[in-house]
Write a protein that binds this ligand. Sequence first.
Ligand code: PA5
Length: 397
Amino acid sequence: MKLDFLVDLQTKEKISSKISQTVQNFAAKDLGFYNAFADEVEIKNFAAEKSNQYDFFVVLGIGGSALGTRALRDALQTDFSKKLFILDTLDSQSILEVESQIILEKTLFITISKSGGTLETMALFDYFSQKLAEKKIPLNKNFVAITGSNGLLYEISQQEDSTTFSIPTNVGGRFSVLTAVGLLPAALIGIDIEKILDSAQKIAAELLSENFEQNRPFQLASQLFDHFQNGQKTVVLMPYIAKLKTFTEWFTQLLAESTGKNNDGFTPIPALGPIDQHSQLQLFLDGPANKQVWFIGQAHRDSNIKTKKLQIHPQFNYLSGHSFQKIINAQLTATAQSLTEKNRPNHTIYIDDLDEKTFGALIMLFEGAVAFLGEFLEINAFDQPAVERGKLLTKEV
Ligand code: PA5
């Protein structure tokens, strides 16, 4: 499994001496994201049984209880005989749109909330419970819950005798995609969760290494932090892989909610190549010099989709016979070079195929790096105290 990127030599020289202390501080914390994974056997058995009974799966959840699941689905679903919808909004048009595409009796609703009391999720839960009640379908037949062990959702699930999967106490919402939160919906649509966990565990093992060369999450954090200290506090994540679009949304929450503390922090910008070459790139090249750009590319991949001998115009002859993958790779290389020429820091993470293995590794690489950023910034990367005020005011309003 390939997951390669280069760290600047001066960054390594500056930060690698911090590794022992940082890793020891990190290891002393009770953090479950790199060892409290989902019980894959329990999930696989459940998924095998339910995917025969249901054609539609609807996740009701938001934030860390939705973004990772969407990223997993969009990156890895290849069998589209089952449909997985994710509702993380109270926008009625979106809800009605999902409703129009499902058959209630053939739908399994998966309510996901670590706290078990999130407004959007509980409102959606209530709405669809009523829909089932109208059809006299018992709640526990078409609902499962994934939740922490002491919230309202847990209480209701116990009362209704619904199947309940737990989210470990020491795994925070935005770090929970490798628990049942992401892996149960993934397994239901035929994604191989064993491979995801296998590669995530390999990167997780690197997290405790005090050897800079053998700890890729620490390397990534070092480079992000070194640019941060030079004033490049905005991080653009720009894969040249269309199926990673919603992965950048997952990353946005991870970086923003974890590091946005004490009037400081990283600002993430999700982007996608080549689309953003024609949209945001002008800003990255010629706007404020406060950005670091991270590409994700597939250098050695090729495809059999090719341009033929081009008939349209001799001007396009330079494309003749090249595979689309080669062209997209050339675009990445050229975009990176144009940024470098303007002294705009940029790096490329190279993977081979986008599959379960690379995806699991990417998740753990970024989660680990953000956890290390918390150490560098001397903040708690696992809470989000500022957003509580808005929740309180919503209730009042
Ligand atoms: O990262 C977090 O903890 C939050 O963003 C949560 O994921 C989000 O608020 C949803 O919370 P819950 O899973 O409790 O419904």
